[in-house]
Design a protein around this ligand. Structure first.
Ligand code: COA
Ligand code: AMP
Length: 637
């Protein structure tokens, strides 16, 4: 038997040999000439010269190999009660026809298509149809506001947008069309066409000459075959939060992506083709791309597309119902979902109502998993709970416990060990490796393995600046953490302005930009404060301009509304402290870290460089009025 340690060692010693072997799991139209092109560091390319089609690998090939009647997608909407089982054969028919719809609108290789859709099968069909014809999709999460959509339209410059009339959230219908229309009205780039799926819960008003109806277009469409695409061509762009208001367009290629995801399904998630795999996320996030759509389908699994929440749809047993009804073998979700379930059903009574005998493993990622949540889930479910760590940029796990190879000892609080190809380093300020047990910046020595980002969309320079310039020869993850004596990795916090709210990645810098645009705001700082349910919540300190005499409550409401309107409800922005001044260093840097420690009641030290120490008393007072900093204690007296 080959152990994790042997596989990992080999992947670093002989990356080309290792990944060439894994590439056998993929159907190539033309085999690659070179596994790794390292002729232009720090830019690396995998499977150069290779030609394939990702949609073929995710759909068509399974029919050729006898899986045509196997369910590819189980759609389960806890919001409407709808359920649909789509076989691989039916999926090919739907995807090939929608590819025909796109082709008829002049979409071809390299053209961008934005997909702004809720969790319905048509979202997956649209993604796969793009892959089929070599178009580049960019899926935008439904919880983002029109401005965010507009920013992505301007950056990706799509010819066409695929959307739906609405999304469904507990207690409310979210009409997507007004958001889409508004986004297109404010974007500089104007897509030529929009294709709208009308859902029965809301009817979208169509713009004549621009908007087309999904059903009508599908009715008259000719199916289209898979086209050959270079392994190094982009499959998709997925925007994620960086430190500024301008989101980063993470690029994913075809070849490396297909190889890495295929490898991960058996080795990390421990599932065999034909088994049911469920990632309870959203197609708008990277987890949705990799593990609702591409990973399970490329591997010949049945994937579950769940429209609903872990609680309230209708209760905290929703996940157990889906697992038992659809015979799920592995579930992947965010720790926040389990915190929500634990809050509603601390004894796990609902778990016992369902037959979970086929369920083998729970995987958690998207945010730090507190040991309490992991141990609770493990005790209630009686299966291993695997915390694994990754990012939109990497597309698959950097660190995990590869249960398909061997189940390594689980250490709560740790995301276990690096996966093949990830040469992980914990570095100090000067780029030197720190000893075990000591915190540092987590960096990955280049090259990164297949499936990770080759660059940012139309922004090579930003890619270099954001990720590769801090420690030459390394990719900067933006996370800080440490390794223990066994090499287990503990990811503790971000080192930049990114926060994680209910597993959703958000930029405090972006929120600051939105708040600063309010006419009464002189300056502001947003930090992430600890939250029992969502992990973190954004909290803003706002200094009003001199002479502003308006009621603070009114200003506060306007600021909350402004963030919801500009970024979206997903920001969960509600906490605003209006203060007279912000604490700064003598050189003018806002002391966000100190404010966060005070808010979270983590012992804090007075920074030696602070301009005026008294300001922190006012900050602590403002935090206490919002229910934070109750036990804040200063270490140095
Ligand atoms: N379209 C429109 N609005 C959306 C949306 C979508 N796709 N997704 C979320 N929202 C809205 C919600 O309705 C809510 O609005 P509100 O402020 O009016 O209530 C807001 O965005 C925040 O949503 P959410 O973060 O989902 O919080 P919640 O309080 O509704 O639910 C949890 C809390 C823990 C149940 C929920 O966050 C959850 O299921 N998290 C799992 C996280 C996850 O899957 N992460 C993906 C990475 S693996
Ligand atoms: P995203 O790009 O949205 O997937 O967010 C990636 C970020 O989420 C990482 O950089 C981490 O900060 C955080 N994250 C994801 N998974 C974990 C984990 N298992 N443990 C700690 N942090 C995590």
């Amino acid at each position: 038997m080959t152990t994790y340690a042997e596989i990992y060692r080999r992947s670093l010693a002989d990356p080309a040999g290792f990944w060439a072997e894994q590439a056998e799991g993929i159907d190539w139209i033309r085999r690659f000439d070179r596994v790794l092109d390292d002729s232009r560091p720090p830019f690396y390319r995998w499977f150069v010269g290779g030609v394939l089609n990702t949609c073929w690998n995710a759909v068509d090939r399974h029919i050729e190999r006898g899986r045509g009647d196997q369910t590819a997608i189980i759609y389960d909407s806890a919001m409407t009660g709808d359920k649909r089982w789509i076989t691989y054969r039916e999926l090919r028919e739907l995807v090939a026809r929608f590819a025909g719809v796109l082709r008829r609108q002049g979409i071809g290789k390299g053209d961008r298509v934005i997909v702004y859709m809720p969790m319905v099968p048509e979202a997956v069909i649209a993604m796969l149809a793009c892959a089929r014809i070599g178009a580049i999709h960019s899926v935008v999460f439904g919880g983002f506001a029109a401005h965010e959509l507009a920013a992505r339209i301007d950056d990706a410059q799509p010819k066409l947008v695929v959307s739906a009339s609405c999304g469904l959230e507990p207690g409310r219908i979210v009409p997507y069309k007004p958001l889409l229309d508004r986004a297109i009205s404010i974007s500089r780039h104007k897509p030529e066409r929009c294709i709208l799926l009308q859902r029965p819960q809301a009817q979208a008003t169509m713009v004549p000459g621009r908007d087309l109806d999904w059903q009508e277009e599908m009715a008259g469409a000719e199916p289209v075959d898979c086209v050959p695409v270079a392994a190094t061509d982009p499959l998709y762009i997925l925007y994620t939060s960086g430190t500024t208001g301008q989101p980063k367009g993470i690029v994913r290629d075809h070849g490396g992506h297909a190889v890495a995801l295929h490898w991960s399904m058996r080795n990390i998630y421990g599932v065999e083709p034909g088994e049911v795999y469920w990632a309870a996320s959203d197609v708008g996030w990277v987890v949705g791309h990799s593990y609702i759509v591409y990973g399970p389908l490329i591997h010949g699994n049945t994937t579950v597309l769940y429209e609903g929440k872990p609680v309230g749809t209708p209760d905290a047993g929703a996940f157990w119902r889906v697992i038992s009804e659809h015979r799920v073998a592995a579930l992947f979700t965010a720790p926040t979902a389990f915190r929500a379930i634990k809050k509603e059903d601390p004894e796990g009574r609902l778990v016992r109502r369902y037959d979970l005998s086929r369920f083998r493993t729970l995987f958690l990622a998207g945010e730090r998993c507190d040991p309490d949540t992991l141990l609770w889930a493990q005790a209630k479910l009686g299966v291993p709970v695997i915390d694994h760590w990754w990012q939109t940029e990497t597309g698959w796990a950097i660190c995990a416990n590869p249960v398909g190879i061997e189940l390594l000892p689980i250490k709560p609080g740790s995301c276990s060990l690096p996966m093949p190809g990830y040469d992980l380093r914990i570095l100090d300020e000067n780029g030197a490796d720190v000893p075990a047990g000591q915190m540092g910046a987590i960096a990955l020595r280049l090259p990164l393995p297949p499936g990770t980002l080759p660059t940012l969309w139309n922004a090579d320079e930003r890619y270099l600046q954001s990720y590769l310039s801090r420690y030459p020869g390394h990719y900067l993850t933006g996370d800080a953490g440490y390794r223990d004596a066994d090499g287990y990795v503990f990811v503790m916090s971000r080192t930049d302005d990114v926060i994680n709210v209910a597993g959703h990645r958000l930029s405090t810098g972006q929120m600051e930009e939105v708040l600063a645009a309010h006419p009464d705001v002189a300056e502001c700082a947003v930090i992430g404060v600890a939250d029992e349910l969502k992990g973190e919540l954004p909290l803003a300190f706002v200094v009003l301009k001199a002479g502003v005499t308006r009621d603070h409550e009114v200003v506060r409401r306007e600021l909350v509304e402004q963030v919801r309107d500009r970024i979206g409800p997903v920001a969960a922005f509600r906490l605003v402290a209006i203060v007279n001044r912000l604490p700064k260093t003598r050189s003018g840097k806002i002391l966000r870290g100190t404010m966060k420690r005070i808010a979270d009641s983590t012992p804090w030290k007075m920074p030696a460089t602070i301009d005026d120490p008294l300001i922190l008393d006012e900050i602590a007072e403002a935090l206490r009025s919002l229910g934070y900093a109750r036990q804040a204690s200063r270490l140095d007296g």
